[in-house]
Design a protein around this ligand. Structure first.
Ligand code: NAG
Ligand code: NAG
Ligand code: NAG
Ligand code: NAG
Ligand code: NAG
Ligand code: NAG
Ligand code: NAG
Length: 337
């Protein structure tokens, strides 16, 4: 029997720690109940009942040590409707908020989220949410990832997002955003920035300040951007995915250097002129290359892995020639231009 007491003590400690982990804080409990009520107690929250600890509720994550709610992840429910409840702002320890594929959720992103100073990952995607990308997001200093893709957001991208020191991933794809891209967006980002702004109505120039951002992924396709994109190029850049297709970009491609680690690039449907730099043939990992529907001229580079690309990479330009297009014509004697 002498050995039993340490064992009992251990069991007791284990039970106590399990109880702490399962039991969420009264304030968090009240906030979750308010969220459930505001949404009309949807079937999705059927497990949110008083007879179980709220850390055990479906979609809720608690910190194992503090018992505070640090995660709320609501996915995939076409029935859930109404606005995003203000009460989410009362989950003050929240680090991850995910509202994904809830197409009947509507209204604006609530101001109450401004209080979530520990929020690191904010995802509101594939919903019916409308209104602006709130400028108060620039106060959420812990934010590392912002995904507001596939909604009905309008207005401009708030320049305040550029204030966030830890933010390295922004996805605003498929909204109806307009205006210019804030010039300092991701300028304070740690290495390997991710920027996805495709399928909006953004206009103006690509910020020249982007030359100093260490992007690994950038997609600005299907907007109304004009002017120069050379700030995104440079052999030393770590960029792997570069898509600026379907804009109104107008610049000379002849002198750019393609980033050495590039695997995907789509420059199609712009007004890019000049020639394709021969350096593109030295890229070891290039899988996708599309410069079609531009105003390019001259010989298509050969060698390296360029044989991977057929004529569909080069369609509708001004005067591109050579494999895989028709042979370049010899300039006649006396040709001046
Ligand atoms: C959505 O509503 C339908 C009809 O009321 C129901 O059969 C279905 O289980 C609900 N789905 C979810 C995920 O709540
Ligand atoms: C948030 O909590 C405060 C008290 O801590 C309360 O007065 C307020 O009603 C709560 N808000 C919501 C939307 O539940
Ligand atoms: C945020 O997290 C830190 C620890 O990472 C904690 O000390 C602080 O109390 C939290 N603040 C809020 C408002 O949750
Ligand atoms: C850019 O970021 C990558 C990580 O994605 C890192 O390996 C590289 O050193 C960075 N380059 C510069 C110039 O900071
Ligand atoms: C895009 O913005 C332009 C003005 O910059 C406007 O004329 C046009 O209607 C907008 N298109 C869409 C689809 O919102
Ligand atoms: C062509 O691609 C292969 C496989 O991706 C790579 O190992 C090779 O270095 C590439 N060739 C050139 C010339 O870059
Ligand atoms: C390049 O883009 C054009 C226009 O969108 C498209 O028709 C073509 O199939 C694309 N080529 C490749 C190789 O993907």
């Amino acid at each position: 029997m002498a050995g039993a007491s340490p064992l009992l003590l251990l069991c007791f400690l284990l039970l106590v720690s399990m109880a702490v982990a399962d039991q969420c804080h009264d304030d968090d409990h009240a906030a979750l109940v308010a969220i459930d009520t505001a949404m009309g107690s949807p079937y999705h929250f059927a497990s949110w009942t008083p007879d179980s600890a709220c850390c055990d509720w479906y979609d809720v994550d608690c910190d194992a040590d503090t018992g505070r709610v640090v995660g709320l992840r609501v996915y995939q429910d076409t029935n859930m409707s109404g606005a995003i409840p203000d009460a989410i702002g009362n989950l003050t320890f929240l680090e991850t908020l995910t509202l994904h594929h809830l197409p009947a959720i509507s209204g604006a992103i609530p101001d109450s989220l401004a209080t979530l100073s520990n929020l690191s990952e904010l995802t509101i995607s594939y919903t019916g949410v409308s209104g602006p990308v709130p400028s108060f997001l620039g106060m959420l200093t812990a934010l590392t990832l912002l995904d507001l893709s596939y909604n009905s957001l309008t207005g401009a991208i708030p320049p305040s997002l550029a204030d966030l020191l830890s933010l390295s991933s922004i996805n605003l794809r498929r909204n109806s955003l307009s205006g210019a891209i804030p010039s300092l967006l991701l300028s304070k980002s740690p290495n390997g920035a991710y920027l996805q702004l495709s399928h909006n109505n953004l206009s103006g120039a690509i910020p020249t300040e982007f030359a100093a951002v260490n992007f690994s992924y950038i997609d600005l396709s299907r907007n109304a951007l004009s002017g120069d994109a050379t700030s995104l190029f440079g052999a030393e850049k770590a960029i792997q995915h570069l898509d600026v297709s379907r804009n109104a970009l107008n610049f000379d491609l002849s002198a750019v250097e393609f980033p050495e680690q590039l695997t995907y690039t789509d420059l199609s449907h712009n007004a890019i002129h000049g020639s394709i730099p021969a350096q593109v043939a030295t890229l070891a990992g290039l899988q996708q290359f599309n410069v079609s529907f531009n105003r390019l001229c001259g010989a298509v580079p050969t060698g390296g892995n360029m044989s991977r690309f057929d004529r569909y990479s080069y369609l509708h330009n001004k005067c591109l020639c050579g494999t895989p297009l028709t042979a370049c014509r010899q300039r006649p004697v006396g040709y001046l231009h």
